[in-house]
Ligand binder design. Sequence first.
Ligand code: ATP
Ligand code: MG
Length: 419
Amino acid sequence: MSFQAPKGTFDWLPPKSEQILAVRAALAQPVRQAGYGYIETPSFEDTELFARGVGESTDIVSKEMYTFPDKAGRSLTLRPEGTASVVRAVLQHNLHTGQLPVKLWYSGSQYRYERAQRGRYRHFWQVGAEALGAEDPALDAELIVLAARGFADLGLTQVELLLNSLGDKVCRPVYRAALQDFLRGLDLDDDTRARIEINPLRVLDDNRPEVRAQLVGAPLVVDHLCAPCKAYHEEVRALLTEAGVAFTDDPRLVRGLDYYTRTTFEFVHGGLGSQSAVGGGGRYDGLSEMLGGPALPSVGWAVGVDRTFLAMEAEGLLGETTEARVQVYGVALGDDARRRMFLLVDEVRKAGISADMAFGGKGLKGAMKGAGRSGARFALILGERDLAAQAVQLKDLTTAEQTEVPLAQVVDVLKGKVQ
Ligand code: ATP
Ligand code: MG
């Protein structure tokens, strides 16, 4: 029996793996350019951090976490998302007592025990950004603009931004009560009725047609925003408009938990079927306090890198992965020549030129095949006779033109040709 990657997981292999590295880098570039610092947190944390930081009533905590006891009996959980860890780290290291906002970005694996399907995996990758400790509509707008730029820089044109406001601790409870009143009058199953009492906003998120049909007249949070929340939201919208970032108001876009406040947004892509969200985020003004910290109004997002890759595939942006693996490829015949080639290839690399060579004692034909597959523009061919003459054959694989170059000069000659 041979092993398979666990259900819901997969491997990134060359040459596609080069493309996913490039996608991660491109999504991070705009936030790096805006002065966000890189943070790396552990891939597992105390289970309690996520229970409180993501919320017991969410699908993530109630169904999707990889939780296990370690050998000392602590309950640990593989991180299902990044924000709780970032807030934990900020509080632990007192970053919030310095200059605010604290601006951080991350990139890493996330783990959720989900129903595995295209675009929904048990191990996936997110790039995320958070700005902690400031309540300023310009900060919400900045983060949205930077996420949108990441998508645009990748060439994506079909990413749509959905935007909403969830109100704050003044207006949200009033809205919540109005929504509960409305929902209690509907014909719903027991689970959903229970949700009305714990997490009524999540009922708005229900995708079942029979539920959707009943939600048509539901009160909307936009109609319940208090004056400061309304003004804040208008400013975010105005800044986005001025920055040329198109958005669609989506009054049903919700996040269930009380510490999510005001701005909430999602980036969706039409080419991904039901796993359409490529990223999402919003304000979480109450999260720090949920984790035992001081009031620390914050905003952030997470982008799904795997889904972004699928979106690029859907838009035909990935193209052929024929990019050359290396620029130069060494072919040596005979043991002495091989030992010399080993050193020569390393000299080439030290000069900043990418290089590989044939391994495994291949003959000329097999080694030249390797040179072709590597995508290299130049082959360095070294036989016993060349070695005796302290020279190497430099072959341009695009023209098949071959010239003899003294071994001592070959690095310089290559530098002139490839750079
Ligand atoms: P969905 O509604 O699709 O379950 P979500 O609301 O759970 O998404 P978030 O927790 O906001 O997603 O995570 C941010 C982004 O991470 C999503 O927009 C998506 O692109 C990506 N993502 C979330 N879950 C998965 C998964 N299981 N596999 C791949 N990507 C995922
Ligand atoms: Mg989910």
